[in-house]
Design a protein around this ligand. Structure first.
Ligand SMILES: O=c1ccn([C@@H]2O[C@H](COP(=O)(O)O)[C@@H](O)[C@H]2O)c(=O)[nH]1
Length: 235
């Protein structure tokens, strides 16, 4: 269930896509009070990132564990049960019905909020076709948002470009979390469905995930502040 976002800073989630815990800590201390929410993906999770997640939570930061779980239902249930003990805010699973149902069972009554990844933001219609899907991105996102709602997860990961169709399907209570955020002029890289921070907020995204435009900036603190300024002006 969506919780009111009291701190505007929580709308920006900085992706700690770095090789070591030491690199991650350097970013966290550089950003200081300029960021309150961090995402740990598998690069870092496989290199001590789960202990870092616990530590950041202890220090009052919010953590999004982006593990994109996908397996048989029982294995997902058991994996999620273990992860409920870390104290993180968000965990991703792929938006397959069995996977999502398994994750909801594993979460039980814990405070952990489950996000369902609909269609990766590096995919366009051609990539989906290559992967064997007969649906356009927007249709797959809509279908998976419906299934996510039925499964009882707490939010959706999609491009901010799909916020409107997703909100229409899931209603006001689930969170919409959008990677593929690119401030004007920043390199797009492998992302294919991008919006600027201001566009994403205006479109109705709850949280924006920003990685390389901040962590690879010459001045990450200034880059994060610029994203926050855009969020504040559009909110
Ligand atoms: O659909 C998705 C799901 C997750 N991600 C993750 O978000 C960040 C984006 O990083 P950038 O450097 O800002 O591109 C990254 O950790 C991805 O694994 C996503 O991009 N799209």
């Amino acid at each position: 269930m969506t919780q009111k976002i009291n701190d505007l800073r929580d709308r920006m989630i900085v992706a700690l896509d770095v090789p070591t815990v030491w690199d991650a800590y350097r970013i966290v201390s550089t950003l200081g009070d300029g960021a309150s929410f961090y995402k740990i993906g598998y690069r870092l999770a496989f290199a001590g990132g789960l202990d870092l997640a616990r530590q950041l939570v202890t220090e009052g930061k919010k953590v999004f564990l982006d593990l994109k779980l996908h397996d048989i239902g029982n294995t997902v249930t058991e994996g999620v049960e273990s992860l409920t003990k870390l104290g993180v805010t968000f965990l991703t699973v792929h938006a397959y019905p069995q996977t999502m149902r398994g994750a909801v069972e594993g979460r039980g009554d814990a405070a952990l909020r489950l996000l369902a990844v609909t269609a990766l933001t590096s995919y366009d219609d051609g990539d989906l076709k290559d992967a064997g899907y007969g649906l356009a991105v927007r249709d797959l996102v809509r279908m998976r948002a419906q299934q996510a709602r039925s499964a009882g997860v707490d939010g959706i990961v999609c491009s901010a470009a799909e916020t409107e169709i997703v909100r229409d399907v899931i209603g006001p209570d689930m969170a919409i979390v959008t990677p593929g955020i690119r401030p004007a002029g920043s390199a797009v890289g492998d992302q294919k469905r991008t919006l600027t921070p201001a566009e994403a907020i205006r479109a109705g995204a709850d949280h924006l995930v920003v990685g390389r435009p901040i962590i690879r900036a010459a001045d990450p603190r200034a880059a994060a502040a610029a994203v926050m300024d855009e969020i504040a002006s559009a909110a």
